[in-house]
Design a protein around this ligand. Structure first.
Ligand SMILES: NC(=O)c1ccc[n+]([C@@H]2O[C@H](COP(=O)([O-])OP(=O)(O)OC[C@H]3O[C@@H](n4cnc5c(N)ncnc54)[C@H](O)[C@@H]3O)[C@@H](O)[C@H]2O)c1
Length: 288
């Protein structure tokens, strides 16, 4: 893959949930394209190690996205360190509460919406003045295919991701005035800690690799493209949304799902549709 190492030169980015999975791949990709990146997460050790590994001035700051003061502090750090803010990837997340609606607790519901949706509100709110002062910017919110369709994730997850798309559309209309673009990215099944069911702080690299391999097994079957998505697939799309190449794009949902939402893979369709058969005239008298 060819990466333009200057496309994001001069730009300053914050990525939330950057210690793992999609956020980690995005932080790497934005830095590889020349941006200064502040990685934030609650997995401090893993996040700090990754920032050092990325180099190019990348730094890590603890930020629990359900805590508005943490989000505001991350924005402040980016501006204090590099003098501006151009890109925010509101990405941190988890699986949240699952199960039947009648056994879903109020606490589980609230914490799922806090982590997945209120966090995006905080990120957008605090990025706005800093980006306005910088002459504009690009906010990219990680939603999901679950933000566009029911039946793929749990109730609370589905609602939260629909909310992320609603917030994206709504804020894009307001913030265009300041040359701030807001878009959502909708990944399909991606091989990350979330799909592996564990975070990197809980298990070592070897166990994570093993779990991801297993996930790639079931994940390859879910969509037309016969492999599970990788964090880098999403990072590439986020980098495009972050760059000036997408300067006329705002308020959209970018689906990156290997064809999942489009329907059942050809290889999963009934043989009656996919197998070669002689064409028979379907007309009165021709029925058998
Ligand atoms: N993996 C998928 O199949 C998939 C599909 C669609 C959408 N997503 C979304 O992608 C985003 C990233 O998830 P991922 O798949 O990379 O999983 P991941 O577990 O690899 O990464 C999520 C990161 O978010 C961090 N995080 C969790 N709660 C946090 C909090 N309160 N404050 C700060 N950081 C927090 C975790 O520590 C972790 O580093 C999430 O919003 C998720 O809902 C994932």
């Amino acid at each position: 893959m060819n990466i333009d190492t200057t496309r994001l030169e001069g730009k300053v980015a914050i990525v939330t949930g950057a210690a793992s999975g999609i956020g980690a791949a995005t932080a790497r990709r934005l830095a590889a394209e020349g941006a200064r990146v502040l990685l934030t997460d609650i997995q401090d050790e893993v996040g700090s190690d990754l920032a050092s590994d990325i180099g190019n001035g990348a730094t890590f700051q603890h930020c629990n996205v359900v805590n508005e003061a943490d989000v505001a502090a991350a924005v402040q750090t980016a501006v204090d360190t590099w003098g501006r803010l151009d890109i925010v990837h509101n990405n941190a997340g988890f699986g949240g509460v699952s199960g039947p609606i009648e056994s879903t607790t109020a606490d589980g519901w609230a914490s799922t919406l806090d982590v997945l949706l209120t966090s995006v509100f905080f990120g957008t709110k605090h990025a706005t003045p800093a980006m306005r002062d910088s002459g504009g910017g690009s906010i990219i919110n990680t939603a999901s295919v679950c933000g566009l369709r029911a039946g793929i994730g749990s109730h609370a997850y589905t609602v939260a991701k629909h909310g992320v798309i609603g917030l994206t559309r709504s804020t894009a209309l307001e913030l265009a005035e300041y040359n701030i673009r807001v878009n959502a990215i909708c990944p399909g099944y991606i091989a990350t800690g979330l799909s592996a069911g564990r975070s990197r702080s809980e298990i070592d690299e070897a166990e994570m690799a093993e779990r991801l391999e297993k996930a790639r097994g079931w994940g390859s079957d879910a969509q037309a493209m016969n492999r599970m998505g990788e964090p880098e697939d999403i990072a590439a799309a986020v980098a495009w949304l972050a760059s000036d190449d997408s300067e006329w794009v705002t308020g959209t949902e970018q689906v990156v799902d290997g064809g999942l939402l489009n329907g059942r893979a050809w290889r999963k369709l009934p043989k009656a549709i996919t197998e070669d058969r002689p064409v028979r005239l379907y007309a009165p008298g021709s029925y058998e």
